[in-house]
Write a protein that binds this ligand. Structure first.
Ligand SMILES: [Zn+2]
Length: 142
């Protein structure tokens, strides 16, 4: 087993799906023709041809799985980024770092919640209902 994949499997069990694919690809690339000494030439060529065709089919399947994975990860990431931006707008915070990164190109770490004027629509979507619940739960009167 590839030691890097084994390490990642321990560190990031949630990546199992991707690690299995990587392992499959790794195994494919390590396969060599080693026990072909006593096989006649014509049979050897035919076997090699079959082996290559089967390998190509396998690689195409792996490629297709990887493309699907990449597309679903891209979609997931785009949704997460949009969600984070909406939440930052609701809080009036920097969408890049929420004011937690002094090296932030967008706010130099100043964009904590309330730094910008919160977006009206996003505020009513996220903050207002949470604020009502918060006040009710902690019995805060305005
Ligand atoms: Zn920032």
């Amino acid at each position: 087993m590839n030691p890097m994949i084994a390490y990642l499997r321990k560190q990031k069990p949630e990546w199992e799906e991707y690690l299995s694919l990587m392992e499959m690809m790794d195994t494919d690339s390590n396969q060599t023709d080693s026990d072909s000494d006593s096989i006649p030439e014509a049979e050897l060529v035919e076997n090699k041809d079959k082996a290559y065709k089967s390998k190509i089919i396998k690689l195409k399947k792996t490629q297709s799985k990887l493309v699907n994975l990449i597309n679903s990860l891209r979609e997931e990431l785009e949704e997460e980024v949009e969600f984070t931006q909406d939440l930052a707008e609701a809080l009036g915070a920097c969408p890049e770092c929420f004011g937690e990164d002094e090296m932030c190109d967008n706010c130099d770490g100043e964009g904590i919640p309330g730094f910008f004027v919160p977006d009206f629509v996003q505020y009513n979507r996220f903050i207002s209902p949470a604020n009502k619940k918060f006040n009710k739960h902690f019995r805060i009167r305005n």
